[in-house]
Design a protein around this ligand. Structure first.
Ligand SMILES: *Cc1c(COP(=O)(O)O)cnc(C)c1O
Length: 395
């Protein structure tokens, strides 16, 4: 935690907590290091769904080529937050209104997820008199255990995402039809898994590139593009253990050297922004219940849902506060482990279970780390009608 973040958390009044504190300077540094680790020709898009806060999108602008959006809402939002930045529109279940708006907004790439969607896009592009550039989102079979043990697989198996190889063939056939002349095929997109380390990412990337290159042999595309997706691993159990961007960049350079005709693109979300966010709050109470200690924190997983959705302990830093304003004894943890919970009336409202926090007292501050991605924006804010957190962006 940088001093600027620590000072803000330490000096906030209790009713100014909980607060999300984003270390924008750290984000810029991290994103530019990621950019520097990649071969210059590899394009870096940011998947906005990880954290679409305008300040975050703007902070990434220098390091990224563009932004991947997965809804009409994200599309309009990104256009406004980072005007002029290239946008790729993906996601299953695009509506007619979303596609029409995306066409009107001049969206640079459409990631097409089904044969029906391709036809719908073509019809709407025709009607609007606006051509559209298309990547087919492919879901090839991935054999050989490349996806074994992966946290979440969006491809290489039955999913609602992307096109099976026979549907890819059907799309390619349709794209040669003069009736679909408003669409230009630019290449393929794949996003098959999340939580992959650099070696596993490269193994998957090689398979996608081999599959795509095979398609481009029978269906030539000028300057074909291959979007390899996101899903770079983030290790919440060990914040210091980061995705090896250097090894990944070196592997991508090898792939690029073997296939100089391809433009490669990646679109990470979590691995770019997870580290820059903190969810800071105070301990309201410390209780002993049937042999275990619980710290009840101001706020809860309705603000920071990440540990519940992933089933992990959110890493945190403790900031002791020496003053205690009441004449009665200060509730404090014993010497052992403690479970950190929020204010919600549900046993699921747990940030971290039986973690070491010796001597934690009511009034102390707790700042949860790695709260910069899939945190506030995936949380069920309205549940129980507690106040919203504050938001700070420190430079
Ligand atoms: C969510 C998503 C991403 C980003 O995934 P991360 O795990 O955050 O890197 C990229 N591409 C697509 C299509 C996605 O749905």
């Amino acid at each position: 935690m940088r001093p600027s973040v620590r000072d803000l958390v330490a000096s906030a009044a209790p009713d100014e907590l909980p607060a999300y504190v984003y270390d924008v300077a750290a984000l810029r540094e991290h994103a530019s290091a990621v950019r520097a680790a990649l071969p210059p020709a590899v394009e870096l898009y940011y998947a906005a769904k990880a954290n679409p806060a305008p300040e975050i999108l703007a902070a990434l602008r220098e390091a990224v080529t563009g932004y991947e959006v997965a809804s009409g809402g994200e599309l309009a939002h990104v256009r406004e937050a980072v005007p002029g930045a290239p946008v790729a529109f993906g996601g299953p279940g695009k509506t007619t209104a979303e596609i029409a708006a995306a066409l009107a907004a001049g969206t640079e790439r459409f990631h097409v997820e089904s044969v029906h969607e391709l036809r719908l896009l073509a019809a709407l592009a025709d009607r609007a008199g606006r051509p559209a550039d298309v990547l087919l989102r492919v879901n090839p079979a991935v054999d050989g255990g490349a996806l074994d043990g992966v946290a979440l697989a969006m491809g290489g198996r039955p999913t609602p995402f992307g096109l099976d190889p026979d549907a890819v063939t059907a799309c390619l056939r349709l794209l040669r039809d003069p009736q679909l002349r408003s669409l230009t095929l630019r290449g393929v997109h794949a996003h098959l898994a999340s939580g992959l380390n650099a070696d596993a990412q490269l193994a998957v990337a090689r398979r996608i590139v081999t599959y795509a290159a095979g398609l481009f042999v029978t269906h030539p595309v000028p300057h074909p593009e291959v979007n390899l997706g996101g899903g770079m691993a983030v290790d919440y159990a060990d914040p210091e253990h980061r995705f090896d961007w250097t090894a990944f960049g070196a592997g991508l350079a090898e792939i690029a050297a073997e296939r100089p005709e391809l433009t490669l693109r990646i679109e990470p979300g979590r691995a770019l922004t997870a580290y820059c966010g903190w969810y800071a709050t105070e301990v309201l109470d410390v209780k002993h219940s049937h042999g275990e200690d619980f710290a009840v924190l101001r706020g809860g997983t309705h603000h920071l849902r990440t540990p519940v959705t992933r089933g992990h302990d959110q890493p945190f830093a403790l900031l002791p506060v020496e003053t205690w304003p009441h004449p009665w004894p200060r509730p404090a943890a014993g010497g052992g482990r403690i479970t950190l919970v929020g204010q919600l009336c549900t046993p699921k409202d747990v940030f971290a279970r039986r973690v070491p926090a010796t001597g934690l007292r009511a009034g102390d501050r707790v700042a949860f780390a790695m709260a910069g991605a899939y945190a506030w924006n995936i949380s069920h804010h309205e549940f129980l009608m507690h106040p919203r957190p504050r938001f700070h962006y420190v430079g």
